[in-house]
Design a protein around this ligand. Structure first.
Ligand SMILES: CC(C)(COP(=O)(O)OP(=O)(O)OC[C@H]1O[C@@H](n2cnc3c(N)ncnc32)[C@H](O)[C@@H]1OP(=O)(O)O)[C@@H](O)C(=O)NCCC(=O)NCCS
Length: 194
């Protein structure tokens, strides 16, 4: 399998690119909100250091695991999404495409709560899945998994043309009971309209 460097991808409203250490405060701002990781395996950040550690892990990602910071373009945020002095665009979430084997990849995503329900994650998923199919000719399907009760996440998958394949149970340290995950997938033929 040939691995690619993390590309910068852009849509009308967002820019997807690498995380920087300077993004820790932005990550902490959304990851400290318990509503954000409610349906994810990680726990709410309680200090800035948690966000720094997350960024460090992302930067040390293994080959084939692409994690983009989702940056909101300036014009979307009247309060100034860009840091005046650096021109750095504010990070409002993350999206990951993990090409686990030649034929299959999994997509994961998270967004700051104040930006929910504006179609931004759907925009990001479409962008990285399109990139994945183009970059990996042997990639046959992209999957995504969401906790059964995570209606917003499941809706993103459906809007991206993914269909429910089944469910699986997984034990996360943070909850005493196993969670029920809905597994969604889209094939290359479905994605590329062939
Ligand atoms: C899940 C998440 C990424 C969605 O991001 P988003 O940018 O709000 O997604 P979009 O705006 O593209 O689409 C959300 C869709 O879900 C719908 N939705 C949201 N909450 C819903 C609910 N409780 N019930 C039914 N539909 C819901 C929205 O109406 C929208 O659908 P529509 O466009 O048909 O109206 C975001 O809510 C999030 O970061 N949540 C916390 C982290 C998380 O759970 N990540 C996913 C792990 S699998």
């Amino acid at each position: 399998m040939e691995f690619q460097a993390l590309p910068v991808l852009e849509t009308g409203r967002i820019k997807l690119g690498p995380f920087r250490y300077a993004d820790a405060a932005d990550v902490y701002a959304y990851a400290r909100n318990p509503n954000v990781p409610r349906f994810m395996p990680w726990t709410t950040h309680i200090k800035l250091e948690d966000a720094r550690a997350y960024i460090k892990r992302v930067m040390a990602r293994h080959e084939g695991d692409y994690c983009w910071a989702i940056r909101i373009k300036r014009e979307m945020n009247e309060e100034g999404a860009a840091t005046a002095t650096t021109g750095r665009l504010k990070v409002i979430g993350a999206i990951e495409l993990d090409v686990q084997k030649e034929s299959e990849a999994e997509v994961h995503f998270v967004l700051a709560e104040e930006w929910w329900n504006k179609g931004l994650t759907t925009e990001a998923v479409r962008t990285v899945v399109t990139w994945g199919f183009a970059q990996y000719p042997a990639l046959e399907r992209v999957i995504s998994r969401a906790v059964e009760d995570n209606a917003g996440s499941r809706r993103v998958m459906e809007k991206c043309g993914m269909t429910l394949q089944g469910t699986q149970r997984e034990k996360w340290d943070k909850y005493p009971e196993a969670v029920e995950l809905c597994v969604y997938a889209v094939t290359r033929a479905e994605w590329c309209g062939g």
